[in-house]
Design a protein around this ligand. Sequence first.
Ligand code: UDP
Length: 483
Amino acid sequence: MACRPTVVVVPKWGSGHFISALEAGKRLLATGRGAFTLTVLVIHAPSEAMASEVQGHVCREAVSGLDIRFLQLPAVEHPTCCVDPAEFASRYVQLHAPHVKAAIAGLGPSSRVAAVVVDLFFTALFDVVHELAVPAYVYFSSPAAFLALMLRLPALREDLTGAGFEAMESTVDVPGLPPVPPSYMPACLVKAKIQSYDWFEYHGRRFMEARGVIVNTSLELEGSILAAIADGRCVPGLRAPALHAIGPVIWFGSTDDEQPHECVRWLDAQPPASVVFLCFGSMGSLDAAQVREVAAGLERSGHRFLWVLRGRPVAGTRLPTDADLAELLPEGFLKATAGRGLVWPAWAPQREILSHAAVGGFVTHCGWNSILESLWFGVPMIPWPLYGEQHLNAFELVAGVGAAVELEMDRRKGFFVEAGKLERAVRILMGGASDEGKKARKTAAETSTACRKAVGEGGSSCAALQRLVREILVLPTAGNETR
Ligand code: UDP
């Protein structure tokens, strides 16, 4: 083991980033068949809740018997004066650069560092990776559509006034996608405007320095967008970074619970494809007025439902709390829907739920992991984007992939959803008669087959992973030039 090369992964905290990057690393490891090991540099997450979440994953993998070594980096002070999450993550990791350098340099004597793979927010680490003359890669846990947009940001800036996408009247050209109405631009770029824009633009520019960008997608899912990036349509005149579409990268591990989760036991008693599942990611929560509309919409739809309802984060934190159902839900709601609905107030085992035969539809906040998980299990969706790049993902899901029924949102009222709109979308998706619902269900089933084929032996993502491993193993190392 001592003389084998190692691939260093530097993942970002937060389940959507950390688990995905770790899983991608494990797939590299498995494809390498013992030719190299994996070293994960663990950055102390900025909040205790996130740190313990990361620790849970580290502890589980540390006893997996795989060739993975976890190195915890020393804690650093938090950067001051930044409220924007993209800016915070980018500046926070900048402060870790000397520790990252020391950790990578420290590996040198025992194992050659074949490549360093950093999270999409961590391109500031390229400076030290270049200094050490090690090839740098980005792991992009979001869709290729968002990658295309990030690469386009310098050019789009010219079309924007100070008010950002919100004030834009024309559609936005994201190569490979149909023209995107400005209201579908990611919330992280629209709301926070300039600060976020600057940082996403910064990372988009730096992707061009990478030896390659490893994307959690597949040719079958986003082929036209991957082709548009490769053809240089995002950054005309410059060579696009090499793309490695190795997805869907989904973690199928389970918790240590011996008993089936209560949500799963409840699903066991429901008929096949009868339940609509609602879940809003690791950071999604709704305000009290919106909760009342969801309750009314579900009640009126007449369909069975499993609703993961979380409480608002406490001040100064970003993670939702366990919900107080008695306080949040309208009086009489639980009684009126008893037997056909379950409201779960805490974290739920989403992948297990999506894999359950009783689930026939998914109202999702459109985090990319959630979309991929739903597609993997062939569950059609109703997109309800909240934060991050999710609005663009929702657009792609309806206008591109096609495995979803659109939910009408009042964009002028902060994307508020009225009960009647949710009721309508649920009836279309879950009811047997509508052509729109039939099409979404059929496309979801076909996409599931395509995703499984892509990562299976001989599939496009499996082949991309094999090419990437070959590239990493023969790449020049210390002393040679990097791009
Ligand atoms: N997740 C879960 N239970 C929950 C909420 C989320 O298991 O109650 C998982 C979900 O399966 C997915 C991840 O958390 O793997 C969320 O990632 P995604 O990219 O969808 O959204 P994010 O939370 O990063 O916004």
